[in-house]
Design a protein around this ligand. Structure first.
Ligand code: ZN
Ligand code: ZN
Length: 312
């Protein structure tokens, strides 16, 4: 039986012809039967792909032959073969959408002016040595709701585009002379976020090398990471140890929960946390926003209909 894996990687390097890189990546993905998402921009490449381990290895080996991609750090995790609905390869103005494509500067060493990369050992050493270290979550607030670094500051962002406004608002100015450790899922968002923060006067900015994935895999339940890691694929969340108590709570019964379910309205993007027991209920109901805005009619999500008729 085939073994399915997921690879997560990014590389910041100037690309003169992003469109030709897109065509090449699309062809590679199709050739090896991969699914998932690849973003290409003038700043490099960012990818999350699933497939068989053999095919992914061929894909990674070929991708590394491209100038600037030789040293790409690839993170591997277990997949099911059905983690992504399709293959999507796109050219975008930014690898991650902070809304500042012209502010980010990239050279052959990566993002110019980014935070210092810290390995898991270096993260722990910094926190042990200094009592004013602050973790800064570089993700959306709903991701941090189920897992985050101990004591982390979680900005009130719905999408990555909200970060610049949040930082410019001055609400984090009191952190400007403290050691700030930014972190995100696999590290790509903090490559940009840490540069944005340094440019705005944060004096000592770090980033967790390889992100939460690298740190939590090294530490399991024994480190400074607490709870579950949200992921944007069918796995929904990843655990790094047995018996992790989720930091989130079920919208119905308040029990600890780590799994987000969609609102039952097909046109709504609201995600709500549900414990295993309440999942069928949450999937079959609409969120408060929908009910308030469209009290009469709505188009149910196909999965919501299935959940509603399933035995609870
Ligand atoms: Zn519940
Ligand atoms: Zn809704």
């Amino acid at each position: 039986m085939a073994t399915y894996k997921i690879v997560l990687f990014y590389g910041f390097t100037p690309l003169a012809a992003p469109e030709s890189v897109r065509l090449w990546q699309q062809a590679l993905g199709e050739r090896w039967g991969l699914t998932g998402r690849v973003i290409v921009s003038k700043h490099g490449i960012n990818a999350t792909l699933g497939g068989t381990v053999e095919n992914l290895k061929q894909y990674v080996r070929t991708t590394r032959q491209h100038p600037g991609f030789e040293d790409i750090d690839v993170k591997w995790s277990d997949g099911t073969g059905a983690d992504f609905p399709r293959l999507s390869v796109k050219v975008r103005p930014e690898l991650v959408s902070f809304g500042v494509p012209d502010e980010v500067e990239v050279d052959e060493h990566g993002v110019v002016g980014g935070g210092v990369h810290l390995s898991p050992d270096e993260v722990d050493a910094l926190v042990a040595e200094r009592d004013d270290v602050v973790f800064f979550d570089g993700r959306n607030a709903f991701e941090a709701a189920i897992g985050r670094f101990r004591g982390a500051v979680v900005p009130d962002v719905r999408t990555t585009r909200d970060f610049v406004d949040q930082i410019d608002s001055g609400r984090f100015d009191h952190l400007k002379d403290r050691p700030v450790v930014t972190y995100c899922t696999g590290g790509v968002r903090c490559e940009v976020l840490s540069a944005i923060m340094r440019k705005r006067g944060f004096e000592e900015v770090y980033q967790v090398d390889g992100g939460i994935v690298r740190y939590a895999e090294a530490r399991g339940a024994d480190g400074l990471w607490e709870g579950s890691l949200y992921v944007f694929d069918e796995r929904r969340h990843v655990e790094f140890a047995d018996d992790v108590v989720p930091l989130g709570s079920c919208v119905v019964c308040s029990a600890p929960a780590a799994r987000y379910e969609n609102c039952a309205d097909a046109s709504c993007k609201t995600l709500r946390l549900a414990c295993a027991e309440c999942t069928p209920v949450v999937m079959s109901q609409r969120c408060e926003v929908c009910v308030a805005e469209r009290p009469e009619s709505f188009v149910p999500r196909p999965t919501a209909r299935a959940a509603a008729s399933a035995p609870a």
